[in-house]
Design a protein around this ligand. Structure first.
Ligand code: G3I
Length: 452
């Protein structure tokens, strides 16, 4: 498609905001809005690069526009929050909480009791000492959950505690908690987390749960443990299936459906917590349009299952853009996310939208009360390069004399006002999503807005 130079720029603005014109879906809809209407949460992590202010501006713009749940990639883990004994660092986690609250995103907390990313002092000082390790873990959970009480909606209380041997047992080696305390650390962690925030949802989270309910499988073992926990009054409310898979794993969506049904019997929610569907890195240069369509097809199947099973609540993808993903550096896989390295939505994005639309809100059951979804979609006040802008209803406020241009999501100009001082009324414009451009002298602020 040919565009004039200025039109191309505007289209690029729309594309970086997550709504490229090549999409097969309507440009004025977002995953976030469709998820909200269906009483569900769909989201991605905030990558560590976001916390370090080392990520492209498109990242946050897409993130807060397209999604309604968020989790920190590393910043709420043990080594980040308690790097030295009883000295807690909440700075980065607080940054995410502030961002989530400003933009109406639900927060998942990840993760409290995990064998990995535990601060070194724990094993150095207390390895093998059950009494001390119980004290350390309790203090950590009390402090971290207590700090974000009422703000973090859901915690991964225990993460990856089942071993990889398909022998239906806990991970007994390379786990400071198991080796020092024994399996009771799991039960205790749930009890302490519940005491610290009785309203938070509490999850057991693990990988390879998508491989099915078979003799000796992780999924079967977890279901058995959940049954035991429920019988014993341990306050677990949800299971997280991480679901780091690759393109060949075609049976996994239906395995997740079976797991959801098994957990429904126990009155427990199943969340997809870390989905990515990668390609083997060796194939990176040979990927075809058909490969990306297939990836989209698997994403769609997961979304279908998610929307059809009434005890599924959250669908979280472990990254937003292929430009920032653990897959390349640590997993020998690549390009497993919804947006490519240039922040252009892939067929996987369209597939998710298609699935959402194929499941009307009237047919999707929510495990959550409707009040959880009454959040403002986009923070109204924007400041950048010294320009500030606020949309209240249909009144657009600007601080200094400015030229205002409004474009629809195809980049067509729909409104222009010169020399606006203070405010301008956006009357006579249909409801929907637009890109507004505010110019003050040589400074420009471009922002997507919703007119209701
Ligand atoms: O913070 C240090 C930094 O100080 C140092 O200079 C740098 C040099 O390598 O490393 C930094 O730590 C890295 C950390 O991410 C923060 O960026 C670690 O090396 C790196 O191993 C760590 O990787 C994280 C991984 O968990 C560790 O287990 C990934 O970013 C994160 O995506 C990944 O997330 C996990 C989930 O928590 C649990 N499920 C699996 C998932 C993928 O592995």
């Amino acid at each position: 498609m040919k565009h004039t130079l200025s039109f191309s720029r505007i289209v690029f603005s729309a594309a970086i905001l997550g709504v490229g014109i090549s999409n097969a879906v309507a440009d004025d809809e977002t995953i976030r809005e469709l998820a909200k209407e269906r009483g569900r949460f769909i989201g991605t992590i905030l990558n560590s690069e976001w916390f370090n202010d080392a990520i492209e501006p498109e990242f946050e713009e897409i993130h807060k526009t397209q999604f309604n749940v968020v989790v920190a990639e590393n910043e709420m883990k043990f080594d980040a929050t308690e790097p030295s004994e009883n000295e807690f660092n909440y700075t980065k986690g607080d940054k995410m909480v502030e961002y989530a609250q400003a933009n109406g995103l639900r927060i998942r907390g990840h993760a409290l009791a995990w064998h990995s990313q535990v601060a070194g002092w724990v094993s150095q000082k207390y390895g093998g000492n059950k009494t001390e390790l119980l004290r350390v873990l309790k203090n950590h959970i009390d402090s971290v959950v207590g700090h974000w009480k009422g703000k973090v909606a859901e915690w991964d209380v225990v993460n990856e505690a089942v071993n990889d041997d398909y022998n239906a047992d806990w991970r007994s080696t390379n786990s400071v908690w198991y080796e020092g305390i024994g399996p009771e650390f799991l039960d205790s962690a749930f009890v302490w987390a519940h005491a610290a925030d009785p309203d938070a949802e509490l999850c057991y989270n693990d990988y390879s749960l998508e491989w099915g309910l078979r003799e000796g499988s992780k999924a079967s073992f977890v279901v058995e443990q959940v049954k035991r926990w429920k019988e014993n009054g341990i306050p677990i409310t949800c299971v997280g299936t991480q679901t780091h898979i690759e393109i060949a794993h075609e049976t996994t969506p239906q395995n997740v459906r079976a797991l959801a049904k098994a957990l429904a019997e126990l009155d427990v929610t199943l969340n997809i917590t870390e989905l990515d569907i990668g390609f083997p890195q060796g194939n990176a240069d040979k990927l075809t349009a058909a490969d990306y369509e297939k990836q989209g097809h698997i994403y769609r199947q997961f979304m279908d299952v998610f929307l059809e099973e009434p005890n599924m609540g959250e669908f979280v993808i472990w990254g937003l853009t292929d430009a920032h993903s653990w897959l390349d550096g640590q997993q020998g896989k690549t390009q497993g996310l919804l947006y490519d390295k240039q922040y252009k939505p892939k067929p996987a994005y369209d597939s998710i939208m298609v699935s959402l639309k194929a499941h009307p809100a009237s047919e999707v059951k929510s495990p959550y009360p409707a009040s959880l979804f009454n959040t403002e979609a986009i923070k109204p006040v924007v400041k950048s390069n010294g320009i500030s802008m606020q949309l209240a209803g249909r009144t657009l406020f600007v601080a200094a004399a400015a030229k205002i241009d409004l474009f629809d999501m195809q980049g067509r100009p729909v409104f222009t006002a010169h020399d606006v001082k203070g405010s301008v009324e956006l009357q006579g414009i249909s409801k929907g999503l637009y890109v507004v451009r505010v110019r003050e002298g040589s400074k420009t602020l471009t922002q997507r807005i919703t007119i209701k």
